[in-house]
Design a protein around this ligand. Sequence first.
Ligand SMILES: Nc1nc2c(ncn2[C@@H]2O[C@H](COP(=O)(O)OP(=O)(O)O)[C@@H](O)[C@H]2O)c(=O)[nH]1
Ligand SMILES: [Mg+2]
Ligand SMILES: [Zn+2]
Length: 379
Amino acid sequence: MSDILNTLSNPSLTADESGALRRLGASSVTMDDLAAARHQRRSAQQTEVGRVVRVERDRARLATAAGTPTARFGPCGPPAVGDWATALRLDDGSVVLDSILPRSSAIVRRASGSRGEPQALAVNVDTILNVVAADRGVQISRLERFLAMSWESGAQPTVVLTKTDVTDAGTLSEAVELISRIAYGVPVLAVSSRTGEGIDGLTADILGLGRTVALLGASGAGKTTLVNRLLGGGELRTSAVRESDGKGRHTTTWRELVTLPSGGAVIDTPGLRALSVWLSGDAMDATFADVTDLAQDCRFSDCAHGDEPGCAVVEAVEAGALDRRRLDSYQQLQRENDYLERRGDPRLEKEYFMKSHSAYKEGRARAAAKGRPVPRRGY
Ligand SMILES: Nc1nc2c(ncn2[C@@H]2O[C@H](COP(=O)(O)OP(=O)(O)O)[C@@H](O)[C@H]2O)c(=O)[nH]1
Ligand SMILES: [Mg+2]
Ligand SMILES: [Zn+2]
C-alpha cells in the first residue's frame, strides 16, 4: 500500500494536483515530468500543470486541479487535445500556455487541400478504439485506413463493433471474421451502447485511471453514443462538435477530452471525411503485415507486386492465400503515400516523419512492455 502511495504522490505536486492529473489520465511518469517542467520555470509559484482538453482557433482549455481555465497560446505554439502542459497565471488572472511535454503518441492527419500541413487530432493516447457499426456490413478498406492511422500514431489499436443489439448473429460473426483477417494483433470487441452488452470488454487496462483512449471511425459508427454510455448516461455531453467551412476545404473541428467516472480519459473525434494520412514504412508494415511478410519472398527487394517476375505476393493472390482486395488496398494506400510525399514540403515531411516515427517506436515498446500484441514486422 505504501508503495502505491509513493508512486501516486509527488513531493512537488499537491495532493489536489496529483488527484486531478491522475483523473485526467496522467501516469506517474507524466506527473513527474510535469512537476519537473514546473520546477524549471522561473516563476514556479504561478505555474499551473494540467491537460489540454479542448483546442479552439487561438486558445485552449487547460484542465488543472483548480478548474478548466481558458489559456492563450504561448511560446510553445498551439497545443493539441491531450497535451500535458504548464501554464503561467499572470497578474491580471489570465492564463498563458508555457510549455508542452513531449508527446508519447499522436493521431495526425493531413489537412485536405494542396498544402498538407499535418494536424494533430489527439495526442498522448494509449489506446485507439476504431469504432465500426456492425449492423450493415463492415467497410473493410475504410477500417484498414483507420487502423493504419492508429499504428502510425504510436497508440495501441482496438476494434469496437457497435450496435450489436440491432445486428443478427450471422452478420456479427461475419463482421468479426472479416476484421480478424485484416487486423493483425488487434483485439476485436463487440458492444451495444444501447443495452450495455459487451461494454465490460473495455477493461480497466484500456479505460482505467491513468489511461487515455481516443475514438476513431466513420460518422454514424456510434462513437459519441459509446462515450455517452461510458459517461454513465446521466451526464450530458455538451462538447460542441462544430465544423465550420472556410473556403470549402479547411475544416475547423472542436474535439474534447472528457474524463470518465470510472477513471480514464476519452477523446471523441468527429467523423473524418478527408482522411489523408501519410504512413511511415513501419505503420504500413503493421497494417499490412500479411502482405509485407509475403513480400520478403519476392525476387526483387523493391517489388511493387505488379507484373514483376517472381512476385510472392501476386502468387499468393493467385493461389487464393491472399485476398485480391487486400493487395489492392495496400497498393492504393502506397500510391496515396507516394503522392503525399512528393507533394509535401520536404522539411516538414522529414520533421513529421521523425516525430511520428519515434512515437511509433515508443508505442511498440510500451505494447511490448505490457505484453500486448505488437506488429510482427518493423523494428
Ligand atoms: N441500436 C443502436 N444504435 C446505436 C448504437 N450506437 C449508436 N447508435 C445510433 O447510431 C447513430 C449514430 O451514432 P453516433 O454516436 O452519433 O455516431 P458517431 O457519428 O460515430 O458519433 C445514432 O442514431 C445512435 O443512436 C447502439 O449500440 N445500438
Ligand atoms: Mg459523434
Ligand atoms: Zn512482389
